[in-house]
Write a protein that binds this ligand. Structure first.
Ligand code: ATP
Length: 825
């Protein structure tokens, strides 16, 4: 019998510990995953003085259960012994242990703890929530196997040292189902304390199929060593009686802790070095082969020895990612995004990318001067975005969900898959993934923008899964996330999947410290809202610029010809009139004329401006000390000039302050070159022009009066004319009132609100358009009244007020080169 046992279970499978302790544990020896494997459970002693190893089959065959739980030392030793033998004989990393211990708080698993960070064993769970997660994970492996998405999985050993309190019938039924279906998918059970002692579960406790059952004798053998009875193994019998092995089996001592410790450390080290990861590992050889009908899935790196596959689907529609700065968050997001972009074509996946921090996160997706390629899935990319831009993107997503909802109703279908089927011939309906890096910035300030952002995010988080709209929110700021989780837990309730990189424990439960000292390149993935027992540790590769760029070129070359690049918003970029698509398309005699001011901070950066026509109020006041004020008047002048045949309008340029001189010269030169009527006025000329325009009959052609530094003429306008009782301001007010009807328009840059009010008095209501470059919201209230004016000036931004439509809009003003820093002057 001993000779047979040595053949069936050589070395670490069957030798006693005393013999093995001489060897250094050598992982990798012996068994093949999937093949039948026999393991020693103790020493059979049929009659005094006769003994041989007692072996039972486990991997490749079935399961093992023991009547008593691991509070019995012999049972604890058995659990430890079997795990140790299994770890030693299967290839390094080919075995993962899911540890459950409702009996002794995980003590039998303690010597194996070095396996946990390497992903080879889960942190032991002790309660029924944790147990459910374990069952979920084991069932998931069976499902993947049955769906043929994973044919050669790693061996999964569900090691239960005792069922947790509260284990109910449903749980036991799930265990029984796993016993039935597990072995084919390499899921094996080692269950101590089965059947469970609790009365409720004991009623018709199902038998575990394919299981060798051991019972612990009440009394030890004559030498005091506890003894087991071993039932018949699956599909085999020990003897004709069918009552199991006809011999008591003396329990083994536990494996020596040093041996176990060393084995586990070696395994962990070997697994991590075997699995050196590069970016190429997360990219499939063939691009764009997947369908996103039921969700998005990509390899982000490794989990133990296997691929770490993460999905955005009905079960985990949105992810919350945390990590301190420098923890590799950007790299992780690049792995995910490029991994997805490589698997799904732009018909299957569209990307909306938003970044609120100073940095380069998403520049890899957009064309630059050096590299004109882009990732064809990217629809909008915001780099160093404004919160208002973020809001606009969220609003756009909600609109898209509404469009999809309407389309579903119209097509009479109830889900995205059916809609895609029904609309096969029409434009594709890709899943939309929105990634917001440093999303907490959206909520800073506790103002209207933050409130609205929270409401929109909540709506997307709640309804997104039904319409194929997914969110990945990333943040480095634990406080930010904390505050939010506190404030709007309903939002984060939708984010069951938490991913924590180093220092990103804010996305996990507060008692879950797994992310506190994670090395770079690793992350905790937790699909149970961050609870302690659901941690999985994955490793992700570094994304080097060269490899990324090769992949981007490949993806770009596969795009549909003529496809537009993504709408890019770069927060710090200056905007030039000369590069504005709307400006470039202006016609010389349009039906309506528009004055262009800048680009609105909205999706697609639409050109901001207003109509210049006979409607009352068709004037503009630009406010603030910044010389950007002059630039904006320049943009208005040149955009209007582009909408006139030469000689069909008169441009009056009042150069009233020296800081605007160079801009006035430039405008003059361009009007000259374009053959437009124009005149440059000094301060007196300005007053005369105002007087003339107020008195004049209807001029045949439009007259545009530009006042560069209008406040400089305030005192002069306040004086009476030498030969009349009227003052200049009376005429200015008359022009504001009656001008538009006669095609006379005033575009003035006042450096302060007070001067403007002195100039225009009650005619302030006649100025329909106001652009504040660097005047605070409070100071504007006397001019624009009812608006919510919590606005403080920002570099490279201006706030436009359209008083007719009672609307305000944040814009990036058109400036001349190099003005960036001047906005706040
Ligand atoms: N898997 C990895 N293996 C090796 N190095 C990595 C890995 N992931 C990231 N790094 C390196 O770590 C550094 C920081 O990464 P990354 O820029 O992604 O951090 P971050 O969390 O986005 O930081 P920040 O928020 O400050 O931008 C980079 O130099 C990157 O190359």
């Amino acid at each position: 019998m001993s000779a047979l046992a040595a053949e069936l279970a050589p070395g670490w499978l069957g030798s006693p510990w005393a013999q093995l302790a001489q060897d250094r544990p050598q992982p990798h020896a012996g068994a093949r995953p999937g093949a039948p494997t026999y393991l020693r459970v103790g020493t059979a002693r049929p009659v005094p003085g006769v003994e041989f190893p007692a072996l039972v089959p486990l991997f490749g065959v079935g399961h093992l259960s023991v009547g008593a739980d691991a509070r019995e030392p012999a049972v604890a030793a058995l659990v430890q012994g079997l795990i140790t033998r299994a770890l030693c004989v299967l290839p390094a990393g080919a075995l993962r242990v899911l540890a459950v211990d409702g009996a002794s708080l995980g003590r039998p698993f303690a010597p194996f703890s070095p396996l946990v960070p390497a992903g080879l064993m889960s942190e032991p769970v002790t309660d029924s929530d944790g147990f459910h997660n374990v069952l979920n994970e084991a069932e998931e492996q069976v499902r993947r196997f049955q769906a043929r998405t994973e044919l050669e999985p790693d061996v999964l050993l569900v090691a239960i040292a005792g069922l947790p309190p509260g284990t109910g019938r449903g749980d036991v039924a799930r265990l029984a189902a796993l016993a039935h279906a597990g072995p084919a998918a390499r899921v094996h059970l080692l269950v101590a304390g089965y059947p469970p002692p609790s009365a409720s579960a004991r009623d018709d406790v199902p038998r575990l199929e394919l299981t060798t059952h051991l019972t612990l004798d009440e009394r030890p053998g004559a030498d005091g060593v506890p003894q087991f009875r071993v039932g018949d193994p699956p599909r085999e019998v020990f003897g004709a009686s069918g009552r199991g092995l006809n011999s008591p089996v003396a329990a083994e001592a536990p494996p020596p802790p040093d041996l176990v410790g060393e084995l586990c450390r070696r395994l962990a080290a070997q697994v991590e070095s075997d699995a050196a990861l590069t970016f190429d590992d997360v990219v499939p050889a063939e691009l764009w082969t997947e369908s996103s009908v039921s969700g998005l899935s990509t390899v982000v790196g490794r989990l133990g020895r296997g691929d770490a596959v993460l999905s955005l689907d009905d079960a985990t529609p949105h992810w919350l990612v945390g990590g301190r700065t420098g923890s590799g968050k950007t790299v992780f997001l690049l792995d995910v995004l490029y991994g997805l972009a490589a698997r799904y074509s732009p018909d299957e996946l569209a990307l909306y990318l938003l970044d609120f921090k100073e940095g380069v996160s998403f520049t890899e997706f957009v064309p630059t001067e050096v590299d004109p390629t882009w990732v064809p899935h990217a629809r909008t990319v915001g780099v160093e975005s404004d919160r208002e831009y973020g809001l606009a993107v969220l609003a756009e997503l909600v609109r898209e969900m509404n469009r999809r909802a309407a389309a579903m109703k119209q097509a009479g279908v109830t889900n995205l898959a059916q809609l895609r089927e029904a609309r096969r011939e029409a434009a594709p309906i890709p899943r939309i993934l929105t990634v917001i890096d440093e999303f907490h910035v959206l909520f800073q300030g506790n103002d209207k923008v933050g409130e609205r952002a929270a409401a929109l995010l909540e709506e997307i988080a709640r309804k997104g899964r039904s319409y194929g709209v997914h969110l990945i929110l990333a943040s480095q700021s634990i406080q930010g996330i904390d505050a939010l989780i506190g404030r709007s837990s309903s939002v984060f309730g939708q984010f069951g999947r938490r991913i924590a990189l180093g220092g990103g424990g804010g996305v996990l439960e507060s008692v879950n410290s797994a992310a506190d000292d994670l090395p770079i390149g690793t992350a905790i993935v937790n699909d149970a809202g961050g609870v302690k027992n659901a941690n999985r540790r994955v490793r992700f590769p570094d994304a080097d610029v060269h490899t990324l760029s090769l992949l981007r070129h490949r993806l770009w070359s596969m795009r549909t010809p003529g496809e537009k690049p993504p709408a890019v918003f770069v927060g710090y970029a200056e905007q030039r009139l000369e590069q504005d698509p709307t400006y470039l398309r202006l016609e010389s005699s349009p039906r309506r004329r528009r004055a262009l001011l800048g680009r609105a901070v909205e999706v697609g950066l639409p050109t901001a401006g207003f109509e210049v026509g006979v409607n009352p109020g068709s004037h503009l006041a630009v406010l603030g000390t910044s010389p950007v004020g002059a630039d904006v008047l320049r943009a208005v002048a040149l955009s209007l000039a582009a909408q006139h045949e030469p000689g069909s309008a008169v441009f009056l340029l009042a150069a009233l302050v020296s800081s605007a001189d160079s801009v006035v010269d430039d405008v003059e030169a361009q009007l000259e070159a374009g053959g437009h009527f124009h005149e440059v006025l000094d301060i007196k000329g300005y007053r005369d022009a105002v007087q003339r325009l107020a008195a004049g009959d209807e001029p045949s052609d439009p007259v545009y009066l530009f006042a560069f530094g209008a406040d400089a003429a305030s005192s002069l306008l306040a004086q009476r004319y030498p030969d009349s009782r009227r003052e200049g301001v009376d005429d200015l007010r008359a022009v504001l009132r009656d001008g538009p009807g006669r095609h006379v328009h005033v575009f003035g840059w006042w450096r302060g609100v007070r001067r403007l009010l002195e100039d225009v008095g009650s005619s302030k209501a006649e100025i329909g358009n106001v652009l504040s470059v660097n005047v605070r919201g409070d100071d504007l209230s006397s001019l624009v009244g009812s608006f919510d004016l919590k606005y403080s000036p920002r570099q490279n931004r201006a706030m436009y007020f359209d008083r007719d439509e009672d609307r305000r809009q944040l814009v990036v003003p058109f400036v001349t080169a190099g003005r960036f820093d001047d906005t706040l002057d």
